[in-house]
Ligand binder design. Structure first.
Ligand code: MRU
Length: 349
């Protein structure tokens, strides 16, 4: 964990292992409030409402969550247990469709159950606990490696632009896109970071600016429509973003607005790096146009941050939460296993 972040903890289990405790990200940056989630309904609602968000973090929440819910299942046989487990799994998976980490984590938990049909339910629960902890620990290790790998492409003093939040709050410990920034900070690189505010939910302003500032990183907040200006002025030497799903051909789904940043970066000749754990690669998804893009409530655009309504009543609103950056615009995909360059045929290895 980067020392500047203190004891900020995005997702954890409580001591009794009866609840998932999350930092409620909808309350940031004003207050650091932790809430405990005891039921499948509470866990799904927290993911849907983005109280916990970011692709790996929702995977970890779902893994801890299904462990907590499995302990509440009353079953006299494996079949009864598995039937209820599957219902909860599908229910949690339905909370958000785009980030593959959510279903990937739940599938791993399901595999533990399927691999241990003959053990007692108590042992099964213990194995589920261990797997959920593994998912969290592996993510933390992957984030560090991603940071190291990306840092090999960066130089001290560089200006870096990032979109949305792919830091500690979205993942474990160092995050993905922010991992090289924290590591660079530890080594005196002195990066100058520009954070896009990230309309409509302002993850860049509320979360990235918050965690980088808290950690003592030199961060400047800009509106999304200012990215072109800071690039034109020569203040940006690389773009670093996270990802929610990487298709087999290297197309990348990430927070809405990411593809626009990639187009700008190409125009100004700035490298555009996508950082994520290999768990974000979905080889069953051949290209980006097969990725399901979540659409959210129109009020996030028309009302949410305003004192009064900022759009005509009942105006049509299109509010996709993610977009797909075509692989042609990506300079490299950086995972814990290494750096993959176009044409991204190495992704499947
Ligand atoms: O809607 P959100 O806030 O969950 O979207 C988050 C992003 O798009 C992140 O960039 C992505 O999940 C990568 S997190 C390491």
């Amino acid at each position: 964990m980067y020392k500047g972040l203190g004891d900020l903890k995005t997702v954890r289990l409580n001591e009794e292992k009866t609840a998932v405790v999350i930092l409620d990200q909808t309350r940031l940056p004003e207050e650091e409030v932790y809430i405990s989630l005891f039921t499948a309904e509470e866990i799904r609602d927290a993911i849907y409402k983005l109280k916990v968000r970011g692709a790996p973090a929702i995977g970890i929440t779902a893994a801890y969550g299904i462990y907590i819910c499995s302990k509440q299942i009353v079953a006299s046989s494996f079949d009864v247990f598995f039937c209820e487990f599957s219902r909860i799994k599908d229910y949690l998976a339905s909370s958000r469709p785009t980030a593959v980490n959510l279903t990937a984590a739940l599938n791993r938990m399901e595999q533990v159950v399927l691999n241990h049909r003959d053990v007692s339910i108590d042992l099964l629960i213990h194995l589920l606990y261990k797997e959920s902890v593994n998912i969290r620990e592996e993510d933390a290790v992957a984030c560090r490696k991603i940071g190291e790998n990306c840092l090999s492409l960066l130089r001290p003093g560089m200006g870096l632009l990032t979109h949305c939040n792919a830091g500690h709050l979205a993942v474990s410990e160092y995050g993905t896109a922010l991992s090289p920034i924290y590591m660079g900070e530890e080594r005196g690189y002195g990066f100058k970071v520009f954070a896009d505010e990230t309309r409509p939910l302002l993850q860049g302003a509320r979360l990235t600016a918050y965690e980088l500032q808290k950690a003592g990183v030199d961060v400047t907040l800009i509106c999304d429509n200012m990215a072109s200006v800071v690039m034109q002025k020569g203040w940006i030497q690389a773009v670093v973003v996270g990802c929610d799903r990487i298709a087999a051909n290297g197309d990348v789904a990430n927070k809405i607005g990411t593809s626009g940043v990639a187009i700008l970066a190409r125009h100004y000749g700035i490298p555009f790096y996508v950082l994520g754990p290999t768990s974000t690669i979905d080889l069953d998804c051949p290209t980006g146009d097969k990725i399901v893009i979540e659409e959210r409530d129109s009020k996030e655009v028309t009302d949410m941050w305003y004192c009064s309504k900022m759009a005509p009543k009942e105006v049509k609103v299109y509010n996709p939460a993610f977009d797909v950056t075509p692989h042609e615009l990506i300079s490299a995909i950086i995972t814990e296993k290494g750096i993959v360059y176009p044409p991204f045929t190495e992704l499947s290895k």
